[in-house]
Every structure is written in C-alpha cells, then in structure tokens.
Unconditional design. Structure first.
Length: 167
C-alpha cells in the first residue's frame, strides 16, 4: 500500500528540513513542497490563484500516487487551516493509499529563534516572524498528529513520523 504523508506547520517550523530527512528514511519516495506551487512573482493571492495552486497540487500528487515507482509520497505545505487539507484531499485518488497528516509545532521562543536565524541568513524577511508566530495557535484544533519540534532536530522529527507510520 502506498503512503501519502502530509506534513504541515507554520512558516519556519522545519517542514522542508524534516521532509528531506524523511526522504532518507523511506524507500521509493517522492517529495512535493506546496510552496513550489506558489513560487510566483508577483505573489498574488486571489480566488483564481488559490484554485490554480490546489489544482496543481492535486495533479502532481495524483501523478505520484499513480506512479508505480513510488511507495511513499511526502507532501508539505503551510496548511494552517483544516479547510486547506479538506480542499486538497477530495481531489486525490487515494484508493489503495494510506493518508497520514502531521503538524510540526513549536513553542514561540523556539520558533522565533529558528525564524531569526533564517532572517539573518537572508532566507526570510523579518516581518515573517510575527506572521509565523501569529499562526501557531491555528494548528491546535486540526485533525492531524502533532509533533513538537521545539527541542528536536529535523532528523528526529522524521524518525518520529516514520515510527508513527509503522505503528
């Protein structure tokens, strides 16, 4: 059976790094970062662009699900509301595919520290810190398995996800 592993969390919490580590642990995998589907200039959020991004994500994930070369499809994206996951899933052909959803979360101090390092490295703008912290609370009530990454590395988070997949 194939696995679709969805990983969400606020900006800077370590989704991409954790998914890259998960790639090292799972056989026959492919990784899609939802941010790649939003990498546009200018960055414009409208009903039209949101629908386009969801269509593109569904298309790519379905292609990976159907491809016999892959047993594990890893997908990460901010998905700060349950409605986003609920909008993605109906467009997917998940027959014969196990779907697992994980939220990476962190305490505010740990998140600010991670984000500040990204800002110092030129990877993010300083205003992203407040936006990321402001979204932390939105993840509490989502229908996902939570993993607090405040004091663990992306490799440790990936091992926890793999362990929960095997449970």
């Amino acid at each position: 059976m194939k696995n679709l592993i969805m990983v969400n969390g606020t900006m800077g919490v370590g989704k991409t790094a954790t998914c890259r580590e998960l790639q090292k642990l799972l056989p026959n995998n492919v990784f899609l970062d939802g941010d790649w589907c939003w990498d546009m200039r200018p960055f414009v959020v409208t009903d039209e662009t949101e629908a386009m991004v969801l269509d593109n994500i569904s298309y790519l994930l379905n292609s990976f699900i159907r491809c016999t070369a892959y047993d594990n499809i890893i997908f990460c994206w901010v998905m700060h509301e349950q409605g986003i996951i609920d909008a993605v899933l109906p467009g997917l052909d998940t027959a014969g595919c196990s779907v697992s959803s994980f939220t990476l979360t962190a305490g505010e101090a740990a998140l600010v520290d991670r984000m500040a390092r990204d800002v110092a490295a030129g990877l993010r703008e300083a205003d992203a810190i407040k936006r990321s912290v402001d979204r932390l609370g939105l993840y509490r009530n989502m229908n996902t398995e939570k993993i607090d990454v405040s004091e663990i590395s992306p490799a440790q988070a990936a091992r926890l996800i793999r362990g929960r997949l095997n449970a």
